[in-house]
Design a protein around this ligand. Structure first.
Ligand code: ATP
Ligand code: MG
Length: 473
């Protein structure tokens, strides 16, 4: 992997023209400016698609003045921290004045932000060596903490004394895990030791900041890795996980404790979707068994049960995702997948239609995608138990085939999809508009979903004639 890194000479070609122009605007006005942070890190890894952040010696008022004079729109997006966003050729570039952060007496917010003269001071306040590099088209790479070397070694290492840096801002503990997870890096030993020591301080961090980092781990498909490799940090970030850790399921179908099972299900949904699981499926995999510890009971034979854990889990997952400010368009379907992860689906047309019908009621228009996602969640759930559950995968494949058939035929799970409508009932049976029509349409839908009658006009009218005893006109 190290060989795929591009040299820093290659950064000039990789840097987008609008970003170079932003540097030029500032430097022509007499200030110093660098590209910094994520863009430099990712470009050195051969991934120059990251948005561009610029750091500069200019106070934000001067940044605003220089860009306005050059004719570019400027938005005051964070002037308290010295940040404005300039729009260059339609692309936003965040420009921040060189700064350091004062003491963090509450472990969350710096008590003050102090603007400084030297870019090196600005780099020193950044979290990890790979994030603390600056680059300029003629001055080259400025890398005072060995970030490039750490990219080659594939490690996340704190800038400075790890413990002090995590005590300043405990969110960095979770950021370390997110960067390691996303980039497939390991955490350098002293940094790792400090991560574990400082993880409890995540309690002081605002839930939405934690949510943002957890969402980052979930979305890159690495929650399974994080749960297995950074268990202490993850349990501190989401205290509900602590109860799942080491929780024996007392069940011959479960080889793993609830937390390890969860990690395997997170990995499984990635496997079964070729690494393309959508965020709602990944969040559902992460939280699907969150209620197991509170729903546990032992029977007389010593067997473990988790009655109602999908229902209780769905409301716990909902509360957790609200608290973490996970976007509703992700949280709503994720809650549903948690709710139905244990719902029995059979390899019959009826069962497939009923499942799609349930999803259609709760997330109209999303039923096909959610049904496939439910099947992927169930596959992952099965392989995350033990080899004894693997046989179920075959059934799930049969169910998938039925869903495909259903979708290609034009699925039937709501009245508007019936081959017969209210108008037909009026013309064929002389019915008058009113609630009676809805009653019969509903009866026909149940018959079609149950496979009693095919969804064809004539067959449906004949069935209704018999069912209702109404003669056709
Ligand atoms: P990405 O946005 O792809 O996750 P990034 O490197 O752009 O990666 P951001 O969270 O956008 O990460 O932050 C931009 C830069 O600001 C980081 O590269 C890092 O240098 C610095 N930074 C951000 N948050 C912190 C923090 N809590 N402590 C110290 N430095 C930070
Ligand atoms: Mg960023």
């Amino acid at each position: 992997m190290a060989l795929s890194h591009i040299s820093h000479d290659g950064l000039g070609a990789a840097c987008p023209a609008y970003a170079l122009k932003a540097l030029d605007v500032l430097e022509s006005a007499g200030w110093e400016a660098w590209v910094v942070g994520g863009w430099v890190r990712d470009a050195l890894r051969g991934l120059p698609g990251h948005d561009v952040d610029v750091t500069t010696s200019a106070p934000w008022q001067e940044v605003e003045r220089a860009f306005a004079a050059a004719g570019f729109p400027v938005h005051e997006t964070g002037t308290a921290h010295g940040t404005v966003t300039v729009v260059m050729d339609g692309k936003p570039v965040e420009v921040t004045t060189y700064r350091v952060e004062g003491t963090y007496s509450d472990l969350r917010h710096p008590d003050e932000v102090r603007f400084v003269r030297d870019v090196r001071e600005d780099l020193a306040r950044r979290d990890f060596t790979v994030n603390a590099m600056a680059w300029h088209p003629t001055r080259g790479l400025l890398d005072p903490f060995g970030g490039e070397g750490d990219l080659n070694l594939r490690v996340i290492r704190a800038v400075g004394v790890p413990r002090e840096r995590f005590e300043e801002d405990a969110l960095r503990v979770l950021r370390a895990v997110r960067f390691a997870a996303r980039m497939g890096f390991s955490v350098e030993a002293a940094t790792q030791e400090a991560l574990v020591a400082c993880a409890p301080e995540l309690t002081y961090i605002a839930q939405e900041r934690i949510g943002q980092e957890l969402d980052g781990i979930v979305r890159c498909g690495k929650m399974g890795w994080a749960l297995m490799n950074e268990t202490d940090v993850m349990c501190a970030a989401l205290p509900e996980l602590q109860a799942m850790r080491g929780f024996d399921q007392h069940n011959p179908y479960h080889f793993y404790d609830v937390l390890e099972h969860t990690a395997r299900v997170c990995m499984g949904v990635q496997e079964f979707t070729g690494g393309l699981a959508r965020p709602e499926l990944q969040w559902a995999a992460f939280l699907h068994d969150v209620a197991k510890p509170v729903c546990f009971s032992l029977d007389a034979e010593g067997g473990g049960h988790f009655f109602k854990h999908p229902v209780v889990g769905a409301s716990m997952a909902d509360r957790i995702m609200r608290r973490l400010a996970v976007r509703r368009e992700v949280a709503v379907p994720a809650r549903l997948l948690v709710r139905y992860h244990d719902h029995r689906v059979f390899a019959t047309q009826r069962s497939v239609r009923r499942t799609m019908q349930k999803f259609s009621h709760e997330c109209p228009g999303q039923e096909t995608r959610l049904t496939y996602e439910l099947l992927d969640l169930k596959r992952a759930d099965a392989i995350g138990k033990s080899w004894r559950a693997y046989g179920f995968i075959q059934t799930l494949d049969q169910i998938s085939a039925l869903v495909r058939e259903e979708v290609s035929r034009g699925p039937v799970f709501k009245e508007s999809q019936l081959a017969v409508g209210g108008r037909d009932l009026m013309s064929e049976f002389g019915m008058r508009p009113g609630p009676g029509i809805g009653v019969f349409l509903d009866a026909m839908l149940v018959a079609v979903v149950d496979g009693v009658v095919p969804n064809e006009r004539e067959a449906l009218l004949a069935w209704l004639e018999e069912y209702s005893g109404m003669p056709r006109v």
